[in-house]
Write a protein that binds this ligand. Structure first.
Ligand SMILES: [Zn+2]
Length: 376
């Protein structure tokens, strides 16, 4: 049931500063030095080669004293504890945290900063999720299953995006980010009477941000993907990076999530889908949400067209489910309807049978769309 506590305040929250551009990493010290002088830089080995060396040398040149914390790949409590120990045992101890990498690096770093009561700067190297700006982390088990949402008092102090690095990532990352960002307005507009992640109702600015996010994706999503494939920094690419990172981040946090993300959380329980990115699973959830919202056929087609044009999955087959077992779908539906799930922000009657039906219906709608458009 939405808003059981009858909250009447509106709340909007965001990072203190957002920086985006093709030389942001080289100029990072200018923006990061107010946070401290001895950052723990959480970065995995691959990203270290692509961007970590540039960042560390830029920080050192500016007189800062960074410590590298090698991230091993899972946003789990174990990994968070291990990296926090590195920050504490550095001599003198680190005085702020830098996350350099993708969603899991970022979620891990935000939790470390919270546990150690330190500021955090988030430097995403892909535009694949809307995690960077938010005051929450999604934590996983060491095996990669959804564990829980972790909520923080504060948003990251700084989010800094170097688009010359982001454009080098495979286009699949940008597409996944488009999937995550496309869910933002689809979900937020259904939960306006339900408290958001700031435990308040959405303000007019968050409604406007969600709608602008969607507008950019429809206008420039496909164009940006093509630019990414060519590793070309274009205005369309910059716009979609901003939509995926800033607009979607502010939009979902101060707007609210609903069925698409609850279905995503259920889908993480299927080992066959562990190869998928967050936004890819969310995208299938968005089709479910659109069906639950009784979206007219013409509008639904518009969404499916964008999804398919950027290679986002709209059927079980495209998700990678070779064999669709009924007990798996039941499990996904059950988890999507767990107590505390974002699906309960919706003001419609939902139970596990409804969620199960949505999964099957979304696949059917996706297959029908693909069959119809491939003939044309
Ligand atoms: Zn998401």
């Amino acid at each position: 049931m939405p808003n059981p506590e009858k909250i009447t305040e509106k709340v909007f929250q965001s990072p203190s500063k957002y920086i985006q551009g093709p030389s942001a990493l080289k100029n990072a010290a200018r923006y990061l030095s107010p946070l401290g002088q001895r950052p723990l830089v959480v970065v995995d080995n691959i990203v270290f080669e692509i961007a970590g060396k540039t960042l560390l040398s830029a920080l050192s040149t500016a007189g800062m004293n960074p410590t590298r914390g090698a991230f091993t790949g899972e946003a789990s409590l174990q990994e968070i504890g291990r990296l926090a120990d590195i920050a504490k045992s550095s001599n003198p101890p680190c005085d702020f945290i830098i996350a350099l990498g993708g969603g899991k690096t970022i979620d891990t770093s935000k939790q470390i900063a919270t546990d150690l009561h330190l500021p955090v700067a988030v430097l995403p190297t892909t535009a694949s999720t809307d995690a960077p700006c938010s005051a929450l982390s999604v934590l996983y088990t060491p095996e990669g299953e959804f564990h829980k949402y972790s909520f923080f008092e504060k948003n990251p102090n700084i989010v800094l995006v170097d688009t010359s690095i982001v454009v080098k990532a495979p286009a699949r990352f940008l597409a996944a980010g488009i999937g995550d960002a496309l869910a933002t307005n689809v979900e937020a507009r259904e939960v306006r009477n339900s408290p958001n992640f700031g435990k308040g109702l959405p303000t007019a600015v968050s409604v406007a941000i969600c709608s602008k996010c969607e507008e950019i994706l429809f206008q420039y999503g496909q164009q940006a993907l093509e630019a990414n494939k060519a590793q070309a920094l274009t205005p369309a690419f910059e716009a979609v990076v901003e939509a995926n990172t800033l607009l979607s981040g502010l939009g979902f946090e101060s707007g609210g999530l609903a069925a698409a993300h609850a279905i995503h959380d259920g889908l993480t329980s299927l080992p066959e889908l562990h190869h998928l990115m967050h936004g890819e699973k969310v995208n299938f959830g968005t089709v479910c949400q659109l069906l639950l919202s009784n979206t007219p056929a013409e509008t639904l087609d518009r969404y499916l067209k964008l999804m398919v044009s950027v290679g986002l999955p709209v059927t079980f087959e495209q998700l990678g489910l070779k064999e669709v077992r009924d007990e798996d779908l039941r499990k996904v539906a059950r988890l999507a309807c767990s107590p505390g799930e974002t699906i309960w922000n919706l003001d419609v009657v939902i139970n596990e049978d409804v969620a199960y039906g949505l999964l099957k219906a979304a696949d059917a709608v996706g297959r029908e769309y693909l069959a119809r458009t491939s003939k044309a």
